[in-house]
Each structure stands twice: as structure tokens, then as C-alpha cells.
Design a protein around this ligand. Structure first.
Ligand code: ADP
Ligand code: K
Ligand code: ZN
Length: 429
């Protein structure tokens, strides 16, 4: 029923395993120049439960940057076999190193994740994310092979070739970035194929924030089941938390990580079920363990048990990154609030772009929205009515009225990799 029996371990046993692994992780971490100093004076015997982790200091992205290139390593460099780097969405990248043991453990987590949402060795997986330093390439790849799936390293881009591979090799599972999935579905139709006739049944989507509405849209347009996949390079890459077949939040693999949710201002744990910043500690990484890493990602633990029987707690879809927050006229806005609102409207197509500009003395938000062809009509009056309706819906959600511009499908440039949702052209004075 499960890829690994540890997925259904009872909570007391899981917590004992976490404690034991945390103690081992701390002992290993102390061998790196960085943690050698940071953890000086720590008595590992004081760690008796996973909760005792709160006595340890946080690690931030800036800490990792300050140790670039080799300051986080716990062993001689020759014992490492792989390097990845975060995609640098928010500044200088950070380098993450893996021993062979780390790569094996990661592939197992990935395989377990994909098994949980229904992938089997009889499946054929096409990995449509970029390879290279980004972990979505090789991370998914090795996990897929570990599970035993026939794995096609298609990489990003070249939609025509992607479609040919999918049809020729009867691809049943795709790994695809959500913002690309809707665009891709459209391309499949433009090539003259019906998405309902494609061999696929499962899409693994992740790597960037997306709303439930966007997921449903992907599922409808592609005639596929789409499962949310969460990870970050600092915690290996994908395979940190994954949806099971029930699609009710992502199981976070607690035998491999200790997860906490904190108030980003105070650093204290939030109340059970409240949204805050996800903080994570690696429990099985031997080469470059990371303790209490501030992910900047906002989410919450979901209450209750999952019907699948896995005991590892579930997190809600990522509401956004703390760094993504837009402050406009004193109002805090997350891009996902805008997506949530747009994707719920049937007239809206695949893409949108938020632009912040300064006009005269005040800052304004403009939202460009792609409209489906059938609604992009000649009749000015109905277009204006639609524009008004979108602006009004947005205002209900974000409490200020942005300027809405309707554009034809495919007119917003599509980047390879993670979507750019916000362009900030405000004057910095
Ligand atoms: P970068 O931080 O440069 O984008 P990574 O490639 O390591 O580098 O990306 C990890 C980040 O991507 C996460 O911290 C999170 O913000 C985002 N992310 C990954 N998976 C998801 C997901 N399923 N939902 C929302 N955001 C995600
Ligand atoms: K196989
Ligand atoms: Zn489940």
C-alpha cells in the first residue's frame, strides 16, 4: 500500500525516530565550519524530543550565502558527488552538495512521493522541467527511475517535440510546472489533438505557487489528475512534501525532516493550524545538514488524519513567499490572491501579469489578463463589462481596485521555468 512502511509509522515511533535522527544530524553538522561555531556549547543530551529543536538557532538563506562555496560541508570535498543551486528567484543562488548517500536518500523520498499519488513502475514519465542546476530535473529523474518508471528526460521547451514524445511513447505521467501546463494544454489543442485523447493520466505540478483554481483548470483542460509537489534545493529539492491520491494537502515526510511553522516576526511557533513561515531541518542528510532553515514559504499544518493512512502531517498549498508580498497603498497583497480571483472566472485564459507603476505621486497596480478566444469579442461594450467585473472581483479580494487590461491569449511572454508574476516598475524614490 505504501512505498515505504515508515509512511504509516505511528506518531510516537515517528517522534522517537525524529529525535534519534536529529541528535545524529547535530553531531554531524557540528563538523562543518559554520555549525561548528553556531552550535558551540550545545549539549546533544539536552535534545530529548523533536520539540527540543526550538532551543537551536535558525539558519537563513543569508547564512548559506555567507558560507559560499564550501563552508557548510561536514566532510572533505572529495566525498561529494553532486552540486545543485537554487534557481536564484530571489537573489544570489545558494549551492547545495550531496554525497552518494544523500542522493540515494533523496531518490527514495522522490519515489515514495510519486508512488503516493498513484505512479507505478508500469508508468512512463516525461520530465518537462529544466535540467541543470535546478533540482526539478535530476531530482524527479532519479526518483522516477528509483520507482522503476520508464523515464524520459525531455527537459523544458520545444512543445512540438514534447507532444510527439508523449504520443509515441504513451506517456502516462508528466512532471510540468503549473504555469506552463495551461499553456501546454492550449498548444496541444492548436496542434490538432484533443487533450482527452492523450495517453497521460497524472501530472506532477509544483516548483512555484499556484492556487486550487489553477489546479482545477489544469485538470479540466488536460483531462488529467494534477498533484501538488513541494520542495526546495536547501532541503534536497522536490520530494519534501507531496499530495497523495486524496489531494487534500501535501504529506511532509517527517522521517526525513522536522517541520515547524513560525510567526516570521517573532520566530515563535504559531498556534496549531495557523499560517506562518515553514522552517525545516534535515534529518537524513549526511554531507550538508541544515538546521531550522527559514524557507520564507507561507503555509499551515492541516488538521486531522488523511484517509490514506499515512501518519506524516500535511501542509496546505503554499500561499506565497514572504518575499512575494506586495505592499501597495499600505495594503499587503499576495500574488496568489490575484490568481485565486482570476482563475475562478471562466472567461480568463492561462496567463496574467501584475505590474506595479508610479503615476504622478502614487503607486498603481495594473493587471494584464489573458482572455479566452471565445470571450475576446469585437463588441467593445461586453469587453468593458468584463473588464469592470474582473476589477470588481479583484477589489473584493485585495481591497483596492487595480487597472485591468484584457489581452489576447498568448500575448504575455512565457518564460521557461518558474513564471514571473509581478513586475515592479515603481520609482524607488
Ligand atoms: P528558488 O528559491 O531560487 O526558486 P528552488 O528551485 O529551490 O529555488 O525553489 C524552491 C522554492 O520554490 C520554494 O521555496 C517555494 O517558494 C517554491 N515552490 C516549490 N514547490 C512549490 C509548490 N508546490 N507550491 C508553491 N511553491 C513552491
Ligand atoms: K518500468
Ligand atoms: Zn494522504
Amino acid at each position: 500500500m505504501y512505498f515505504d512502511p515508515v509512511e504509516a509509522l505511528d506518531r510516537p515511533a515517528l517522534e522517537r525516530l525524529q529525535t534519534e535522527r536529529l541528535r545524529r544530524t547535530l553531531a554531524i553538522a557540528a563538523r562543518s565550519p559554520f555549525y561548528g561555531e553556531r552550535l558551540a556549547g550545545l549539549n546533544i543530551d539536552d535534545i530529548r524530543t523533536p520539540d527540543d529543536i526550538t532551543s537551536l538557532p535558525f539558519t537563513t538563506k543569508d547564512d548559506l550565502r555567507s558560507q559560499y562555496p564550501y563552508g557548510m560541508l561536514t566532510r572533505p570535498q572529495e566525498e561529494f558527488v553532486r552540486l545543485h543551486a537554487s534557481s536564484g528567484t530571489t537573489g544570489t543562488p545558494t549551492a547545495i552538495f550531496y554525497t552518494q548517500g544523500d542522493l540515494d536518500a533523496w531518490a527514495d523520498l522522490m519515489a515514495r512521493s510519486m508512488y503516493a499519488c498513484g505512479c507505478r513502475k508500469t508508468d512512463v514519465l516525461q520530465n518537462m522541467s529544466g535540467y541543470g542546476l535546478f533540482t526539478g530535473g535530476l531530482g524527479i529523474h532519479y526518483g522516477s527511475e528509483r520507482l522503476g518508471m520508464l523515464t524520459i528526460p525531455a527537459g523544458a521547451g520545444n512543445t512540438k517535440r514534447q507532444i510527439k514524445l508523449i504520443r509515441d511513447f504513451k506517456v502516462t505521467v508528466m512532471h510540468i510546472i503549473p504555469s506552463f501546463a495551461l499553456y501546454f494544454a492550449q498548444k496541444v489543442r492548436e496542434e490538432g489533438f484533443d487533450t482527452a485523447d492523450m495517453p497521460w493520466r497524472i501530472a506532477l505540478i509544483g516548483a512555484e505557487p499556484h492556487t486550487e483554481e489553477a489546479r482545477r483548470k489544469i485538470e479540466e483542460m488536460m483531462h488529467i489528475k494534477a498533484y501538488n509537489s513541494y520542495g526546495l534545493s536547501e532541503m534536497n529539492g522536490p520530494g519534501v512534501a507531496f499530495e497523495c491520491e486524496h489531494q487534500t494537502g501535501m504529506h511532509l515526510w517527517e522521517d526525513a525532516y522536522i517541520a515547524e511553522i513560525i510567526n516570521p516576526e517573532t520566530g515563535e511557533h504559531v498556534a496549531e493550524g495557523e499560517v506562518g513561515e515553514l522552517v525545516m531541518t534535515t534529518l537524513t542528510r549526511e554531507g550538508m545538514p541544515i538546521i531550522r532553515y527559514r524557507t520564507r514559504d507561507l503555509t499551515r499544518f492541516l488538521p486531522g488524519q488523511c484517509a490514506c493512512g499515512r501518519t506524516h502531517r500535511r501542509i496546505d498549498r503554499i500561499a506565497g513567499r514572504a518575499d512575494d508580498m506586495i505592499i501597495l497603498k499600505g495594503v499587503n497583497i499576495y500574488p496568489m490572491q490575484i490568481e485565486h480571483c482570476l482563475m475562478a472566472m471562466p472567461e480568463v485564459g492561462q496567463n496574467y501579469l501584475i505590474e506595479l507603476v508610479t503615476e504622478g505621486v502614487s503607486d498603481q497596480m495594473k493587471v494584464k489578463v489573458e482572455i479566452k478566444d471565445e470571450f475576446f469579442v469585437e463588441d467593445m461594450r461586453s469587453l468593458q463589462a468584463l473588464q469592470k467585473r474582473i476589477a470588481k472581483n479583484l477589489c473584493n479580494e485585495i481591497l483596492l481596485t487595480p487597472r485591468v487590461e484584457l489581452v489576447q491569449h498568448d500575448s504575455i511572454p512565457k518564460t521557461e521555468g518558474k513564471a514571473v508574476r509581478v513586475v515592479d516598475n515603481r520609482s524607488k524614490e
